[in-house]
Write a protein that binds this ligand. Structure first.
Ligand SMILES: C[S@@+](CC[C@H](N)C(=O)[O-])C[C@H]1O[C@@H](n2cnc3c(N)ncnc32)[C@H](O)[C@@H]1O
Length: 267
């Protein structure tokens, strides 16, 4: 990420917002916010907020006396978040060192980001530190790739076009899918009795091109992967042929993305 200019980061974030948020992150935000049962007046934090879909969804619930803060380390993501919701508070920072006092938030969310943190244990300890004594924490992480066969197939198509170490990086969003390992991580991070439940998203893109561009424009550049136009067309062609069973009559493509939801109450 550090090699990219702010303009490049912003462009990537715009593609993320265009192709990935409506396809799946919006639905998850709605599920998490509804699950949390936010009440007016509460102080909510969205850690690693990206372009801020969860923060915007939570803001509808906190009322005039409540507040929502979105934090992310990527200034491009925050720039898009600010454009979409200038009235919310957006802060640049890292999850491992949250720039907030102890006991500052009633509800903290971390949606599909823990997998990327360099020091996951420190980040979870930080999440606990900033919660009030009655506070609640909700973390969503994807299930393992073996439970998402459509995306597994897509990754094997990408594998023909990108270096092997990069393919490994592209599977990193799914690295916390193993429930035993996840549970150990949570216990080692100070979560005494973590509750892990299953969630499911119905990820839908209007067409195969949008699915492929979601990755090529909204994700690959962060991994230093650049595909030429001809390669992108070839990936789209192969995806149409190999993921045919997920393509609907109107050309849209849909598959289930299972995830784990970690819920923690401080009391
Ligand atoms: C897949 S996106 C999820 C964004 C958002 N939660 C959503 O649901 O759309 C992962 C985000 O984590 C952020 N991120 C990764 N590591 C981070 C860290 N150590 N501290 C803060 N943000 C981080 C990235 O910048 C990116 O915006």
């Amino acid at each position: 990420m550090s090699d990219l200019s702010i303009q490049e980061l912003q462009q990537i974030a715009e593609s993320y917002q265009k192709y990935l948020v409506p396809a799946m992150f919006k639905e998850c935000s709605e599920q998490l916010v509804s699950h949390a049962g936010i009440t007016p007046g509460q102080r909510v934090l969205d850690i690693a907020c990206g372009t801020g879909i969860l923060a915007r969804t939570a803001a509808k619930q906190v009322g005039e006396n409540g507040s929502v803060v979105g934090l992310d380390m990527n200034p491009g993501m925050l720039s898009v978040a600010r454009q979409l919701a200038p009235d919310l508070e957006w802060q640049q920072g890292i999850a491992e060192e949250l720039p907030f006092e102890d006991n500052s938030f009633d509800i903290t969310f971390c949606q599909f980001s823990l997998m990327f943190f360099q020091d996951k244990q420190t980040a979870i300890r930080e999440m606990l530190r900033i919660l009030t004594s009655q506070g609640r924490l909700y973390i969503a992480v994807f299930n393992s790739l073996e439970h998402i066969p459509a995306y597994q197939q897509l990754l094997s198509i990408y594998a023909d076009f990108v270096d092997e170490d990069k393919v490994h990086f592209l599977s990193s969003p799914f690295q916390l899918g193993d429930i035993q390992e996840l549970n150990s991580l949570l216990l080692e991070s100070g979560l005494e009795s973590p509750r892990i439940t299953s969630g499911e998203l119905n990820a839908v893109w209007p067409d195969v091109r949008s699915l492929v561009l979601a990755d090529v424009e909204g994700w690959f550049p962060l991994a230093g992967i650049e595909l030429g136009d001809d390669q992108v067309e070839e990936v789209i062609k192969q995806t149409k042929s190999e993921l045919g069973e997920y393509i609907n009559g109107d050309g849209s493509i849909a598959f289930t993305m299972p995830y784990h939801l970690i819920s923690h109450k401080h009391y």
